[in-house]
Design a protein around this ligand. Structure first.
Ligand SMILES: [Zn+2]
Ligand SMILES: [Zn+2]
Length: 279
């Protein structure tokens, strides 16, 4: 079984009820955080997961809404890990990730210096281990394997999706992307597909060019559902709602997805949990 928890279902626009994009995937005693938008650690705390309890951070791309709390995550893991010589946090992302992590550590350089000077048992900066990939296997530990494939969120590039496999169960996390061959191949036959979605029928009609621009590099609800159908997945999990999913409108979003995809459709608020079992 793989357990998916939507930690943050929001977008770049701050929302009192939705944290920034972040999804927790737990299976076989391992916990993977996929993207780390604003408020991610508060939401993770609500399900009993702390920064120190993560097996790895997986980043689909380096847009601000998906990495907003990267610094908070790295520093909080560092100061809340009490074992001597803690294992480094694996951070797996597209090329550019190492530079982003390095710059984040630099931005928190004063903080890191204060804490090392103050605490006798903190002798080194936060331990991280960055791996940059665009395609292929990226993780294989204790029965859990992960591979990545390129997605299409241009001009944001490169961007990647993740496929997490545990025994006979598989979950794919698409991130932000338009429909593309890379995602189709990655998602083929998976038990669940977690996909970010925007309502192009709404956003495309807002008389503000900067908002209309976002339509050209995201999938609409229908496009994400089409991808799910082409890949033959069992469950489509929609997240990162743009505009924010308004209470009472869940069925409208669900119906748009159901017009293209006959499987199970999941959507909801932050902390919505989906259990994925082999079919
Ligand atoms: Zn993006
Ligand atoms: Zn985004």
């Amino acid at each position: 079984m793989i357990e998916i928890t939507l930690l943050g279902t929001g977008s770049p626009i701050p929302d009192p009820n939705r944290a920034g994009p972040a999804t927790l995937v737990r299976t076989g005693g391992q916990a993977f955080l996929v993207d780390c938008g604003r408020g991610v650690l508060q939401r993770a705390a609500a399900v009993g997961v702390g920064a120190a309890g993560l097996s790895a951070l997986l980043l689909t791309h380096l847009h601000s809404d998906h990495i907003g709390d990267l610094g908070d995550l790295i520093i909080t893991r560092w100061i809340s890990t009490f074992a001597p010589d803690p294992a480094p946090l694996p951070i797996i992302g597209p090329p550019g990730t190492a530079e982003t992590v390095e710059a984040t550590l630099k931005a928190f350089g004063h903080d890191i210096g204060y804490r090392i000077a103050h605490h006798a048992d903190l002798n080194a900066p936060p331990a991280v281990e960055v791996h940059e990939h665009t395609e292929g296997p990226v993780w294989d530990r204790d029965g859990i394997s992960i591979r990545v494939a390129p997605t299409d969120h241009r001009p944001v590039a490169p961007t990647i999706g993740f496929r997490i496999e545990s025994e006979a169960t598989s979950v794919v996390l698409a991130g932000d992307t338009v429909p593309c061959a890379g995602l189709d191949a990655l998602a083929a036959g998976a038990d669940a597909l977690v996909h970010t979605v925007i309502r192009k029928d709404i956003v495309g009609n807002i008389p503000q060019q900067r908002l209309q621009d976002i339509c050209d590099y995201h999938s609409s609800v229908e496009e994400a559902a089409d991808t799910a159908a082409r890949a033959g997945v069992g469950t489509l999990v929609m997240t990162h709602y743009v505009p924010a999913l308004v209470p009472g409108q869940e069925e409208q979003w669900r119906a748009l997805a159901a017009s293209k995809f006959g499987g199970r459709v999941e959507l909801g608020d932050d902390l919505h949990r989906v259990e994925v079992n082999p079919r």
